[in-house]
Design a protein around this ligand. Structure first.
Ligand code: ADE
Length: 232
């Protein structure tokens, strides 16, 4: 998978992809992330990428031409399955969306800044608009990094333990159960006996029950219609 991220603040995306799992995905050739500085596609001698909004009002708007030039240049190189725009008025990102994006080949992610992009970019190029939650960030870069991380770790071969993404919170619509490691007794706080029993079936059953219990306590909305709790 290849992810091309378009931004006016490339520095914000320098860190996340050069560490840990995302770096390993790149090293293994499973995911490639390239960051493009929109200013390199700016027009005119002032290398302008934003301008005042027609109709007035505070805040600048990202101009059509630099973005169009950048996306056209990328599309001339290869086919893209999605051109995503990160924006607080997009569809809320969730594990289901991460799963479906992880099956794509190449995607472009455009990061909004200032008051956002000229509407005509959204009309002409954007195939999907994503928000990472009901709050406003100062730009789409950190949101793009969140989406890229959630998607890349799902690509087969990226995680060492192939099954571990399957047992994440949300993967089966439930929150993950509690986990423990050594010591088995920390200041009198003991690891549940069942986890030390070596009885895999019982351990799986315990984890499932704990998942349901935790989900019911913290996110009862996730359980609706699953038939896992009484009265459902
Ligand atoms: N840009 C600013 N806020 C955002 C959000 N919540 N999600 C995605 N992109 C954004």
């Amino acid at each position: 998978m290849r992810i091309d991220i378009i931004t006016v603040v490339p520095g914000l995306l320098e860190g996340p992809f050069s560490h840990s799992i995302l770096k390993r995905a790149e090293d293994k050739g499973l995911a490639m992330v390239r960051v493009h500085n929109l200013r390199e596609y700016a027009v005119g001698k002032h290398k302008q990428v934003d301008d005042y909004a027609f109709g007035g009002g505070a805040g600048m708007v990202m101009m059509v031409e630099p973005i169009a030039k950048c996306i056209d240049a990328l599309k001339a190189e290869r086919e893209y399955d999605e051109v995503i725009y990160m924006t607080p008025d997009g569809q809320t990102f969730d594990q289901h969306m991460a799963n479906s994006l992880s099956l794509k080949g190449n995607i472009i992610i455009l990061c909004g800044h200032y008051k956002g992009v000229d509407e005509r970019i959204r009309q002409k190029y954007i195939t999907k608009e994503i928000s990472i939650g009901d709050f406003v960030l100062s730009g789409g870069e950190l949101a793009a990094a969140v989406v890229a991380d959630a998607v890349i770790r799902l690509i087969p071969g990226v995680l060492n333990d192939e099954t571990s993404a399957l047992t994440d919170s949300f993967q089966d619509g439930l929150l993950a159960p509690p986990v423990y490691t050594r010591p088995a007794d920390y200041e009198g706080m003991k690891v549940p006996d069942i986890l030390l029993s070596g009885h895999n079936e019982k351990i799986d059953a315990w984890r499932f029950e704990e998942s349901v219990r935790r989900t019911q306590e913290r996110r009862p909305d996730l359980l609706k219609g699953k038939g896992l709790v009484s009265g459902d």
